[in-house]
Design a protein. Structure first.
Length: 88
């Protein structure tokens, strides 16, 4: 074979698929693997991408809308979801 899939190892992590930021535009981000498939055996031609408008905060297995519109709004308080996502 030719070439190597550079993402294969990083995307195969546990039983839950990792979130993939598939694209972006001025209106937001296209995110894949946020919505769980109801019937995984059913083949589909759809990409399964969800367009999330505005700012997002992404983790390996989840992605959330984030109420931050500029760099000045990034504070310890606005980063609280990162602590809540994985408490110590």
């Amino acid at each position: 074979g030719r070439g190597q899939d550079l993402l294969a190892d990083s995307l195969e992590f546990g039983s839950k698929p990792k979130v993939i930021l598939d694209g972006y535009s001025t209106s937001g981000f296209d995110v894949v693997n946020v919505i769980e498939k109801v019937n995984v055996e059913e083949e589909s031609n759809e990409s399964g991408a969800l367009h999330m408008t505005e700012s997002i905060i992404a983790f390996p297995h989840s992605c959330f809308l984030w109420n931050v519109n500029s760099i000045e709004e990034v504070t310890y308080e606005s980063l609280a979801p990162t602590i809540l996502h994985r408490p110590k």
